[in-house]
Design a protein. Structure first.
Length: 292
């Protein structure tokens, strides 16, 4: 029997608030294969970061849990590196030192001092920060800080890379460049990625699967779209591809027609129960009751 790689198993999350308990997530189920690139997409406040934080071990699910390679996740660990929605660099450390902190944690006793230096520089070069390695976070732009955060996560060679809107603060060109680098890096290292994004094109370009979440409260997985575009993917060529545009339209339709209004999720037309509307494009409709 093969052990599942990553299993988000019946995860529900209830937050205690002054106004009483608030159910953010209800019965989120997702199995992810090793090396898979999964994007989470959904409207603001639906619960994407909460899902990611449960996988990171930063939040404990109220019910259900997460199992990685046969071990239950109950705390953060270096095998699950996180790139946070808002940068989380140590303000008193330079870009180099911020990455060094993570590298020391993971490679202490395994790499020599010289090897560590080389590895830190290599990862900062990947995100084009070699010119600003000695700058403090306060001396760099939002996009630069985000890039250091990505370098820090990559430098840990995590089994699972968890990224919460990693390119949100980047200008369009840098963003495109980072997307290309990430595709190359992931192709080379084969790590599993869960990425939250609001950008439909980014999701289609990078993902093997796009997981679309319903609006909260009690958000869950509405649909999962398999992206069967060949790799390596080229954004310019894909722009004219009917397949690519079909996937894009499927995500837009989910977000802006079927789940535009949070109220619609609670109404009788709950789309999670519908039949697949695009069998040929592998648009899978997940019924959580069936998955349970
Ligand atoms: N610690 C908390 N206490 C109470 N409610 C919380 C807490 N954390 C998150 N929530 C609520 O849970 C819901 C999901 O929040 P979450 O941050 O996961 O959304 P999100 O999908 O990541 O949104 P965004 O796209 O804006 O980042 C929101 O309604 C939020 O207000
Ligand atoms: Mg969020």
């Amino acid at each position: 029997m093969t052990i599942e790689h990553l299993n988000i198993d019946h995860v529900s999350m209830v937050f205690e608030t002054p106004a009483g308990p608030f159910t953010a997530l209800e019965n989120v189920n997702l199995k992810i294969d090793e090396g898979e690139y999964v994007s989470l997409i959904g409207h603001s406040g639906c619960g994407k970061s909460t899902v990611l934080n449960v996988v990171a071990g930063l939040l404990k699910a109220t019910t259900g849990g997460v199992v990685l390679d046969g071990t239950e996740v109950d705390e953060p660990g270096p095998e699950r590196a996180v790139v946070f929605q808002h940068h989380s660099l140590m303000p008193w450390l330079t870009a180099y030192e911020n990455v060094e902190l993570a590298v020391r944690q993971v490679f202490k006793g395994k790499k020599s001092k010289a090897e560590m230096r080389e590895w830190i520089e290599y990862n900062l070069k990947l995100v084009h920060m070699e010119h600003a390695m000695d700058k403090l976070p306060g001396e760099t732009s939002g996009g630069m800080k985000q890039r250091v955060g990505i370098a820090r996560a990559l430098s840990m060679q995590p089994k699972v890379l968890l990224m919460d809107e990693p390119f949100g603060a980047l200008d369009a060109l840098t963003r495109a460049h980072m997307q290309e680098s990430l595709m190359e890096i992931q192709n080379e290292l084969g790590n599993t990625v869960i990425m939250i994004t609001h950008d439909v094109d980014e999701a289609v370009l990078l993902s093997d699967r796009i997981v679309m979440m319903t609006n909260g409260p009690a958000a869950t997985i509405g649909e999962i779209l398999d992206i069967k575009l060949e790799r390596p993917r080229n954004r310019v060529e894909l722009a004219d591809s009917p397949e690519y545009n079909h996937y894009r339209a499927a995500v837009l339709k989910f977000l802006y027609e079927r789940h535009q209004n949070p109220e619609s999720d609670r109404g009788e037309d709950k789309p999670a129960q519908e039949e697949s509307c695009s069998e040929d494009m592998s648009l899978r409709v997940v019924s959580n009751s069936a998955a349970a």
